[in-house]
Design a protein around this ligand. Structure first.
Ligand code: NDP
Length: 389
């Protein structure tokens, strides 16, 4: 029987919810492009409940225990004395979420001789040392597409929040003020601005589609061009590189995976090539930007605003400079873990486990590493020489 080790974020400080703001979440069968939403044989949770925190257990306990497996759930993941490190020694399956990543480094993999499957409940397996996983024959899988639209919506929200100066204006209201000039002195319309995405994959393309009705000029750079009919439909301009993109845009959103080629992409040099007063939105991964260069660009006014939900490390320490830098709209890593998204990636995690325990192939689109090589989605998105970034 297998030991399944699940690392999830803590319950709310007020305790695990006993009621919710809404009575459920809409059901989605298919994603844009036709991929079917997760389809496990059964689920043991109510969609719309908090599943991604420790008490939510991704709704997996009844299923795993009915098969005689052991489920260990913890949020304690940092350092050699953490519950994660202790429990990993004899775990066969590790489940982790990018929002609260259990960094599966080469050292940790070396100390986990039974480990056969690492599941990302969500998207983005850069917290796993893929080279080490390939070397050890560990399967790495994620729930592709489960929260792509959730993130795209967050990008649109933050674009508007920054450009229109929403957060400081809201703060004036909370503080009892009516300071219209203070609010409007940094507020603009998005209309007619140029908005560009670094990468037009599932999230980047969804952002372009959602921003099109705002009558903005759309731009993108990607290693592969979109189909000509999609470029035409969106009237979007392709750029051969990120330098060309940022020079043409007022708002830039980052939607590429973190891999050696994209790590530290937005450094002092690239930020200096952006238009003065640009807005930068990063929901991809914290390490795609140079942490301190972003602070400098906000302080100098080169950037008018920075927002996103991805940091390094996660959780970010209390003294992380992004908490106090000017004109930011950061949140913790939450864009892909709405209750709607949780229902999908919990079901996807269950589907992957059902395939694994029944000896069936895991859906190709969920695979990152399998059989000692990059596989499925991983073949497309990641590099075999990739440590835990
Ligand atoms: P996709 O794989 O659909 O798209 C990624 C795109 O990035 C691909 O088109 C890829 O091009 C392109 N790309 C890769 N490298 C570069 C590069 N150097 N320059 C330009 N484009 C590049 O992924 P998703 O859209 O689903 O997700 C993107 C990322 O968003 C994830 O990797 C993850 O890090 C992050 N994410 C964040 C979440 C959150 O909660 N904040 C949740 C989900 C994802 P090619 O086709 O050539 O490979």
């Amino acid at each position: 029987m297998a030991k399944v080790l699940c690392v999830l974020y803590d319950d709310p400080v007020t305790g695990y919810p006993s009621s919710y703001a809404r009575d459920g979440v809409p059901h989605i069968d298919h994603y844009p492009g036709g991929q079917t939403a997760p389809s496990p044989e059964k689920i043991d949770f109510t969609p719309g409940q908090l599943l991604g925190s420790v008490s939510g257990e991704l709704g997996l306990r009844p299923y795993l225990e009915s098969l005689g497996h052991t489920l260990v759930v913890t949020s304690d993941k940092e350092g050699p004395d953490s519950a994660f490190d202790r429990e990993l020694a004899d775990a066969e399956v590790v489940i982790s979420q990018p929002f609260w990543p259990a960094y599966l480094t080469a050292e940790r993999i070396a100390k986990a001789p039974n480990l056969k499957l690492a599941i990302t409940a969500g998207i983005g397996s850069d917290h796993v040392d893929l080279t080490a996983a390939i070397g050890r024959g560990i399967t790495v899988a994620e729930v592709t597409y489960s929260n792509s639209i959730s993130v795209a919506e967050h990008v649109v929200m933050m674009t508007l929040a920054l450009v229109r100066n929403y957060l400081p204006s809201h703060q004036w209201v909370r503080d009892g003020g009516w300071n219209i000039a203070d609010c409007s002195a940094r507020a603009y319309d998005l209309e007619a601005m140029a908005v560009g995405t670094v990468a037009a994959g599932r999230i980047g393309l969804a952002v372009l589609r959602r921003l099109k009705p705002f009558d903005v000029a759309l731009h993108y750079t990607d290693r592969h061009r979109l189909a000509p009919e999609v470029e035409q439909e969106l009237n979007v301009t392709w750029h051969p590189d990120v330098e060309s993109l940022v020079r043409a845009c007022d708002v830039v959103t980052i939607n590429c995976p973190l891999h050696p080629e994209t790590e530290n992409m937005f450094d002092d040099a690239l930020l200096a090539k952006m238009r003065r007063g640009s807005y930068l939105i990063n929901t991809a991964r914290g390490k795609i930007v140079d942490r301190d260069a972003v602070v400098r660009a906000l302080e100098s006014g080169q950037l008018a605003g920075y927002a996103g939900d991805v940091w390094y490390p996660q959780p970010a320490p209390a003294d992380h400079p992004w908490r106090t830098m000017p004109n930011h709209g950061m949140t913790p890593h939450t864009s892909g873990t709405t209750l709607s998204a949780q229902a999908r990636y919990a079901a996807g995690t269950r589907e992957i486990l059902e395939s694994y325990f029944q000896g069936r192939a895991i859906r190709d689109e969920y695979l990152i590493v399998d059989g000692g090589r990059l596989a499925g989605t991983g073949q497309h998105s990641y590099s075999a020489a990739q440590g835990a970034l």
